[in-house]
Design a binder for this molecule. Structure first.
Ligand code: BF8
Length: 625
């Protein structure tokens, strides 16, 4: 298969070609060669006990049941529930870790990080009902920390950040018994209910799936975003370069790839230390070049304008440049295949988190209390590797500038100004029809489809139809590489959206950050409801979401918390359910009738756009606009 069929990213094509020449196999080719199990792909197998694994026939799903008698609907619901539990666990583990760092700062144990955005601290505190008047920063921080701890540890009541959702949306959650309590409880209950012989009613399972997903979006993910902003700064638009051309042949190149911002922040602080800059120069380098990849890269780009080298589909490929002296990783979406590729190109692959080691990688543990111990060792290793570089180096000359860092606070400010900051101007533009609706296009890349191609074609079609696009994660990077995250892309939008973009000076595609920052979209949607004129709940809004090249369990958890919050959410690639089953019908149809959003699935970008726009138009009609 030609490299052009594997990825539309030219830099990645160039590196895939080189890897093939060098005899090194990358994920992009492994993905093509893998023939996924057709029964598993449609979730028709159950391996929750050892009477099986049981395989049902996806083409005749009701013909057979499992040994225990489990029907296809139970099997699909249990599988989906466990996917959502894993995705929600990932984000909640991330969020809880961020909360611990925050507590470390408050307790004075962590000295290298601080509370950067005290205004946001107050605002978030107030939004949760904390009285901030006349209180010291640390006092407010302590109260906020105690309150947010409940996100994870509550065993009853309502998860703190659910307060930010519109009242009608919360009422639906209460009425249906899906209001999340504490994330640890929800995930535990999801696991226990999917054990052999427990909950065997797909409709009842769906309730716990919904609660577990909501415990991600309005729980751990939101804690991660809001506290990261408070500690490291709330993003505002920043110009940053994206793509492999950000590597510099005459510099020590260090890539940070993962999800939690603390280690990356630590690296950023250490890299400017004159001692290491001199060390690098002594080895003949002009300096040290720190760049990001995937989600922590997207966060650092949004907050500090750190260059971004590429998304999930490019993490193995970039090592093929030979120019990466160290790739430093923490948690999530770190392919084990990186170890083998790193070995072939003499790159240091360094794991830093006790929760994510990789066989064959070097482990240098990051500790927030003493960050320099880890970061200094990494710098020494990378500089030493630069001094002994022996391979030919080939860096694709692809680089694209874009504007990133549209927090929901900045969107409000941008549209409403300092004094009347509100989402009313956005609502006005939706009501007057200049903007048809708002879409969130987010998520991974997946070697089952040509990298970036569905993201780019979909977003272009949406903006052409006057739909404002909000982006996060690897999708945002795909569009940044394609040059759409600049105000100059406004003429690619339909006349109404283009006019708004030109008036405000904004791109038609707004980059909000990493995957946990999808919660910025939830808060923006809630603010749109509160600004008035577009209904009472998130489900009333003319909005839709999509993860066109998804691959992870986190993506399923995110997709379901959007659906559970009221958003029509379309996934590309494929979906782990069988059409014409009761469980599929509940997800793709029944949930909407109960007042939620619903799932959709299509693989062609133009078809996805058509589905999203049809939904937006349906909502506009219901609103009478
Ligand atoms: O969390 S977008 S491939 S890096 S899962 Fe992973 Fe998907 Fe990228 Fe970020 Ni989100």
């Amino acid at each position: 298969v030609s490299v052009e069929d594997r990825t539309m990213c030219e830099a990645t094509q160039q590196m895939l070609t080189k890897a093939r020449r060098d005899g090194v196999k990358l994920d992009l080719d492994r993905g093509y060669e893998m023939k996924p199990c057709p029964i598993g792909a449609e979730s028709a197998c159950c391996k929750h006990c050892y009477m099986g694994p049981c395989r049902l026939n996806p083409r005749d799903p009701y013909k057979k049941v499992g040994v225990c008698g489990a029907t296809i609907d139970t099997i699909m619901a249990r599988n989906f529930g466990r996917n959502v539990a894993a995705g929600s666990a990932s984000h909640n583990d991330h969020g809880r870790h961020i909360l611990e760092l925050f507590r470390g700062i408050i307790d004075g144990k962590v000295k290298d990080f601080t509370i950067e955005d005290t205004l946001k601290l107050e605002r978030v505190g107030k939004s949760l009902g904390i009285d901030v008047e006349g209180k010291e920063v640390l006092e407010v921080a302590k109260e906020l920390c105690d309150e947010l701890e409940k996100t994870f540890s509550n065993v009853d009541g309502e998860m703190p950040f659910t307060k930010l959702a519109p009242e009608a949306t919360r009422e639906l959650w209460r009425k249906d018994g899906v209001m999340p309590r504490g994330a640890m409880l929800e995930i535990m209950e999801m696991m226990s209910r999917t054990h052999i012989g427990c909950d065997q009613d797909y409709d009842n399972l769906m309730k716990q799936i919904t609660r577990t997903a909501l415990a991600d979006g309005w729980g751990g993910s939101m804690v991660a975003t809001e506290l990261s902003d408070i500690m490291f700064g709330t993003p505002s638009p920043t110009l940053a370069d994206v793509n492999m051309g950000v590597l510099k042949e005459d510099h020590v190149n260090i890539i940070v790839h993962g999800h939690e911002p603390a280690m990356f922040e630590g690296m950023l602080a250490a890299v400017n230390d004159s001692f290491f800059i001199e060390e690098a120069k002594a080895k003949g380098a002009k300096g040290i070049n720190l760049v990001g990849m995937c989600c922590s890269g997207a966060e650092m780009m949004s907050r500090h304008g750190v260059p971004h080298a590429g998304n999930f589909g490019s993490t193995e490929a970039i090592i093929v440049t030979g120019a990466v002296d160290a790739m430093v990783v923490d948690i999530q979406c770190i392919k084990q295949g990186l170890a083998e590729v790193a070995k072939c190109y003499d790159t240091h692959l360094i794991t830093t988190n006790p929760r994510a080691k990789i066989e064959g990688a070097t482990h240098v543990e990051f500790d927030e209390i003493d960050p320099r111990k880890c970061t200094d060792e990494i710098l020494s290793k990378a500089i030493a590797r630069y001094g002994t570089r022996s391979m030919p180096i080939e860096i694709p000359k692809k680089i694209q500038a874009g504007v990133h860092g549209f927090s929901h606070e900045y969107i409000e400010y941008m549209l409403g100004g300092t004094f009347r900051g509100s989402y009313s101007p956005l609502n006005d533009n939706i009501i007057n029809g200049r903007i048809r609706g708002v879409a969130g296009v987010v998520g991974c890349t997946n070697p089952k489809v040509k990298q970036d191609s569905v993201h780019v074609a979909l977003v272009k079609e949406l903006i052409r139809n006057d739909v404002l696009v909000l982006q996060t994660g690897c999708s945002q990077i795909a569009l940044a590489k394609a040059g759409l995250l600049v105000p100059e892309a406004a003429p690619l939008a339909g006349p109404g959206l283009a006019e708004v973009c030109e008036t405000v000076g904004m791109p038609p595609v707004l980059g909000l950050g990493s995957c946990v920052d999808n919660t910025r979209i939830l808060i923006a949607a809630s603010a749109m409801v509160k600004a008035g004129g577009l209904g009472n709940s998130i489900a009333d809004l003319p909005v839709a979401g999509c993860a066109p090249e998804w691959m992870s369990e986190k993506a399923l958890a995110i997709g379901h918390y959007f659906v559970a919050s009221g958003v029509y959410t379309v996934f590309g690639v494929g979906f782990p359910t069988i059409k014409e089953t009761k469980f599929h019908d509940l997800m793709f149809n029944g949930l909407e009738k109960k007042g939620y959003g619903k799932w959709g699935m299509a693989s062609d970008p133009i078809e996805i756009a058509r589905m999203m726009i049809a939904h937006i138009d349906k909502k506009r009609k219901q609103l009478g606009i």
